[in-house]
Design a protein around this ligand. Sequence first.
Ligand code: CP
Ligand code: NVA
Length: 308
Amino acid sequence: MQAIPSTCRHLLSLTDLAAAEVRALIARATELKAMRRRGEDYRPLRHRVLAMIFEKSSTRTRVSFEAGMAQLGGHAMFLSARDTQLGRGEPVEDAARVLSRMVDAVMIRTFEQETVERFAAHSSVPVINGLTNRLHPCQVLADIQTYVEHRGDIGGRRVAWIGDGNNMCQTYMEAARLLDFELRIGCPAGFEPEAGLLAECADRCEIMHDPVAAAAGADLIVTDVWASMHQEDELATRMAQFAPFQVNEAVMAGAAPDALFMHCLPAHRGEEVTAAVIDGPQSVVWDEAENRLHVQKALLEFLLVLGR
Ligand code: CP
Ligand code: NVA
């Protein structure tokens, strides 16, 4: 099937951006946040439409993209795979060609990374990865913005990822390479990130099977659920395997004294993180969640206004 020779930019992975572009997006996100706080009317996306395809559940991703488009003067359209022809087997390539003739950008939350890549290859408008089993670039952009706002540049810092070598962990690996920080991954044996990605990021990322050792001296501690949305049937067995990898006060105690704690949410208190940590003074999870709105507005502006 012939792909559309695409001239537009996509965000399928953080590696679609140069380091300087990530830094510019984050600075712009902080500026857009201040503009919103001041009540400034800024609507560069008037009459622009974002289609949002969800094959998995979402609170933050849906609300932040929908609110962000409205604030920028445009419109967002929620499309559940279940209620569209995609859910009845229409080829992704056909959906991409049709939707991209009608809307100005498409955000997709799905299972396989290959699905967003096939969609983008046949789309004449920018495609944004709103989470796949492999990557979650929008969330890591918000995390970096949050770190920068609280502590300054993340370059040269030590980040500890505690838990599953999942989509968030793998996007942190891409970020470590792009923005030049050290990533220590404390995961149970058998739950490491993809070997190929690990080999590519070997100069920035190290696997440790001990959460306390991984967190030692870290400037930022990050965790996520023990079973992602496509793994919910594994939850019972994972609970036992991941129990020693809970982020609790003992893990935080070995980190740098001013270390921050992040979690992309939704969180399970008493599983991957204790209430004392996520609701404690080092946690910045609410800023992190809010920044999804600002950084995605900066991304939409970058793809739809500046990219033309
Ligand atoms: N963090 C995140 O992507 O949240 P949702 O699943 O609610 O969109
Ligand atoms: N790793 C989680 C992130 C949810 C935002 C998942 O994929 O379900």
